[in-house]
Design a protein around this ligand. Structure first.
Ligand code: NAD
Length: 496
């Protein structure tokens, strides 16, 4: 068992990568500008990072295009590309403590989560797509014998990857793995709050054997570097994870530029439904607490709307309060901490604003709603509002913090109606013993993933992940994601 002191000492010895990574080299932004990288647990400056803008994005895209055209990666035998990705997965495992620390220092998540979930998830993802690289088969169309019509999958070219700060490396790996496995070159724009881990990954990719120019990173702000990537005439696709609002910008950028493909993993307001015949109330209560408090609630699939059958409401609330009481808010470098700091001051204010608004609109505060008194950084206590109605702001908008809205319903139909009363459709959970009803409800709830009698139990790579409605379109994970980074080509050969 590691201690806080172990991690504090290790953090003190870290060597941050602070420059952009373009064409296999760390370089300053052409403007020479840098931006401050803040540790949200202490509110102190961690380091200064190169602030890329349009000029740097142009350089990165040029390098990515040249590498793609040269074919060192795109035309490499897929099995060899796969071996390099698996080597990268091994390097991630070997450097897991450093990478986990970068995540924790950069965005405030508990080190125990970074070590147990984020970094192993990255290695698993890269390894999985490494294994998959030579498993994507082409087709021969069923023509008559006078022709041979081949349908082949080809890489798209240059992929722009724009990611958020809540799982900085994992969200990037969900795109890097399939994009590289398919033979593309990539330019990644990490979130301005959390650029450090992806910069280190770029270096590890080079060590694993990814050719120069194939893997580029341009740290910087959304309105400058992100926008430049979205509007670039030589980027073939944008793979985006982030808010629905910014996802809509990327569709506009595509329309204003070269009609690049866009895949969007956006926000959520996921319903977590507990029916009267829930098979295990203790397990459901513990899952309900985990679903909203894991990663400080900064999770796109957070179970932020808890829908309780009136018949079990009182009993369930007692169990939920017990489960929530086990959360430990504290220094993210302490392995005992389960709830770390929110990513930045602006976000802290946003979350506190939602808490105030919930009170004003008549929701009943059952837990939290406060900031821990003894902390400098951007912490919020686990918060639960009861007697929330579906029209309240706290029930409608994505808060992206540790704030749970509890609502009640009577019967299956009302549960589904409330669950679907949202612009989002990313995930949902249903606790229910009656398997026929569980199937019926799972079909009726509009969400990309529905968990029955559990909440997000594994990091399984075999299942597609993504949303319905304004949670976006396109899928990460699974072989479907691999297809997304390719295009179909038909070659018709007339034989006679
Ligand atoms: P965000 O949309 O503010 O930023 C995401 C990325 O877009 C960042 O890299 C940012 O710099 C960039 N960006 C911001 N404004 C831009 C602009 N005008 N033009 C181009 N790029 C711009 O999101 P965030 O605050 O970093 O992350 C939280 C959001 O991400 C939440 O809505 C959450 O639900 C979502 N998210 C979704 C998933 C999913 O898989 N569906 C996973 C994680 C997070």
């Amino acid at each position: 068992m590691t201690t806080r002191e172990y991690w504090v000492e290790k953090a003190a010895g870290l060597n941050f990568r602070r420059q952009a990574f373009i064409n296999g080299r760390f370089v300053d932004a052409l403007s020479g500008k840098k931006f401050e990288n803040i540790n949200p647990a202490t509110a102190k400056v961690l380091t200064q990072v190169a602030e890329c803008d349009e000029a740097d994005v142009n350089e990165a895209v040029k390098a990515a295009r040249a590498a793609f055209e040269a074919g060192h990666w795109a035309s490499m035998h897929p099995a060899k590309r796969g071996r390099i990705l698996m080597k990268l997965a091994d390097l991630v495992r070997e450097n897991r403590e450093e990478l986990a620390l970068l995540e924790t220092l950069d965005m405030g998540k508990p080190i125990s989560d970074a070590m147990a979930i984020d970094i192993p998830g990255c290695a698993r993802c890269l390894h999985w797509y490494g294994e998959a690289a030579d498993k994507l088969m082409d087709e021969i169309a069923p023509t008559d014998p006078s022709a041979l019509a081949m349908v082949t999958r080809e890489p798209l070219g240059v992929i722009g990857i724009v990611v958020p700060w809540n799982f900085p490396l994992l969200m990037a790996c969900w795109k890097i793995g399939p994009a590289l496995a398919a033979g593309n070159s990539i330019v990644i724009k990490p979130a301005e709050q959390s650029p450090l881990s992806v910069l280190r990954l770029a270096e590890l990719a080079q060590e694993a054997g990814v050719p120069d120019g194939v893997f580029n990173v341009v740290p910087g702000f959304g309105e400058t570097a992100g926008r430049a990537l979205g509007l670039h005439m030589d980027v073939d696709m944008i793979a985006f994870t982030g808010s629905t609002e910014v996802g809509k910008y990327f569709m506009q950028y595509a329309g204003q530029s070269n009609l690049k493909r866009v895949s969007l993993e956006c926000g959520g307001k996921s319903p977590h439904i507990v029916m009267g015949d829930c098979p295990d109330l203790d397990a459901a209560a513990s899952a309900a607490a985990g679903a909203i408090f894991f990663n400080q609630g900064e999770v796109c699939t957070a179970g932020s709307r808890l829908l309780l059958d009136r018949a079990i409401k009182d009993e369930f609330m007692d169990k939920l309060m017990t489960a929530a009481g086990k959360q430990v808010v504290g220094d993210p470098l302490d392995p005992a901490t389960t709830l770390g700091a929110l990513v930045e001051e602006k976000h802290l204010e946003r979350v506190l604003g939602y808490i105030d608004r919930a009170r004003e609109e008549g929701a009943e505060l059952k837990l939290g709603g406060t900031r821990p008194a003894d902390r400098e950084g951007y912490f919020v206590d686990p918060t639960i509002f009861d007697n929330v109605t579906p029209d309240m702001t706290v029930a409608r908008e994505e808060i992206f913090g540790p704030v749970l809205s509890v609502m009640t319903f009577e019967g299956e139909e009302e549960a589904v109606r409330i669950a679907n009363d949202t612009i989002y459709g990313l995930a949902a959970g249903i606790w229910c013993r009656d398997i026929s009803r569980a199937h019926r409800m799972a079909r009726a709830v509009r969400a990309g993933t529905v968990w029955v009698n559990c909440w997000d139990p594994t990091g399984d790579m075999t299942i597609p992940f993504g949303g319905f409605k304004q949670s976006g379109f396109g899928r990460d994970k699974s072989l479907h994601a691999l297809e997304k980074y390719t295009d179909l080509k038909t070659t018709w050969v007339q034989l006679s």
